[in-house]
Design a binder for this molecule. Structure first.
Ligand code: CU
Length: 114
């Protein structure tokens, strides 16, 4: 009998909550994105990636050779990625932004965090 009213009330409350979440700048996870970096022909593409804290970076190895994405001072590391494999790192505030491949140290790239 009263279920129609209470269901409507819950729907309105839920809609208000999701609007608040979308517009609250403190909720970084709501805006967080996944950025793909492809590794092909011994190059990270893109080699400069603009990200925000809370975003996820996903490296995907398209080469036959194994690669890594490893911070220059080893603060973070994807580990070895074989062909077709991927690994993700979540962007944190003070993480290292310069990285390279431990197997091919001439492979270098960087993150720009804001
Ligand atoms: Cu490599």
């Amino acid at each position: 009998m009263c279920s129609d009213f209470s269901r409507r009330h819950i729907l309105i409350a839920g809609a208000a909550a999701s609007v608040a979440a979308l517009t609250n700048p403190a909720k970084a996870e709501v805006r967080s994105k996944i950025h793909d970096v492809r590794i092909k022909d011994f190059v990270y593409v893109p080699d400069t990636l603009h990200v925000h804290v809370g975003d996820t970076i996903r490296w995907i190895n398209d080469d036959l050779a194994p690669h890594t994405a490893t911070a220059l001072e080893f603060g973070w590391d994807t580990g070895e990625l074989k062909r077709g494999e991927s690994a993700e790192v979540v962007v944190s505030e003070n993480m290292e932004t310069a990285y390279f491949c431990v197997f091919h140290p001439h492979m270098k790239a960087q993150l720009v965090i804001s």
